[in-house]
Ligand binder design. Structure first.
Ligand SMILES: [Mg+2]
Length: 298
């Protein structure tokens, strides 16, 4: 079925759309804010709450601290956003807890993810960050370390060859848990330009180790189900998932069974239509839907 343009539906069709879900799960970067809040995004969620929907946030971005997220939500006019947020680092910590993990996690991740895991009581190691020019010095990076019981990938923008060597070496042991958070192949470095993300390195390790990670980031089904559990939601078909990226947000929606809404903040309508995966609905932005939401409320 072709995606429906919510900016062009009549009020009856918009009401049908509103009645089709009870919960709103939304991505953050590129949907609520770029650097600054996108116009109307806070009002959008406040109106959704007034209409009677529950509102939750699901981001692949573990790089931001709690304080930074709180400030971003506050700037966008969204109250208690952080309390309603699910990100890969917390999903990874919860997963490790659920399997009573007590070894060392080798992290190819941002420092914030390591901080979150450490704050949950897990032992982590990472690096190296400084490396030699001479590959002969790399032999040390293919030594196994029996203390390592998990390899965690999540948004490491300082990834290098020795880190990949180490990850591949540890993953040769089949009992080593392989977890991934954000696997974004592309990231919007500026609002109008997509650039390569760190997911390409996770992909290399998958191919070399012949292992697949448990995906605790979008578009992994486990991550979507984790977000549902946190939100006390049991029926995925009553969730509207909003995102700006087809590969992460819309594919997650398809994997879990959510209704999907793509906001065209990074993609044109033509790019969306030529993609093999299509959302159920699309709109220019969250702010563009405010007039219809206000009408639906009255
Ligand atoms: Mg996004």
């Amino acid at each position: 079925m072709l995606p429906i343009n919510l900016n062009q539906v009549n009020s009856d069709e918009f009401k049908q759309f509103i009645d089709s879900f009870d919960h709103v799960f939304s991505d953050c970067d590129g949907v609520i804010w770029n650097k600054d809040p996108l116009p109307g995004s806070g009002d959008f969620f406040n109106l959704m709450k007034k209409i009677g929907k529950t509102v939750h946030f699901v981001s692949n971005n573990s790089l931001r601290s709690k304080e930074n997220y709180e400030k971003q939500f506050q700037n966008a006019g969204i109250e208690n956003g952080y309390e309603k947020l699910t990100i890969p680092s917390t999903a990874i910590a919860e997963y490790l807890k659920s399997v009573n993990f007590n070894k060392v996690a080798y992290c190819v991740s941002c420092t914030e993810t390591i901080s979150v895991l450490t704050s949950h009581g897990f032992k982590c190691k990472a690096g190296p960050e400084q490396i030699s020019d001479f590959y002969g010095d790399f032999l040390q990076y293919i030594d196994d370390d029996e203390d390592v019981g998990a390899v965690v990938f999540d948004s490491d923008f300082k990834v290098n060859l020795p880190k990949l060597y180490k990850a591949i070496t540890y993953l040769q042991r089949s009992d080593v848990i392989f977890l991934s958070g954000a696997t974004d192949k592309y990231i919007p470095l500026t609002p109008d330009r997509l650039t390569l993300g760190t997911g390409i390195f996770t992909q290399i390790v998958c191919e070399e180790s012949k292992r697949l990670p448990i995906q605790l980031g979008k578009p992994g089904r486990d991550f979507g189900e984790f977000a549902m559990k946190r939100a006390n939601v049991t029926e995925p078909s009553r969730v509207l998932f909003i995102g700006d990226m087809i590969e992460q947000d819309i594919v997650l929606g398809k994997n879990v069974g959510f209704i999907t809404l793509l906001v065209l903040t990074h993609r044109t309508k033509e790019e969306m239509q030529s993609h093999t995966i299509k959302p159920d609905f699309f709109a220019d932005s969250l702010g563009s839907l405010i007039p219809q939401l206000e009408k639906a409320l009255n």
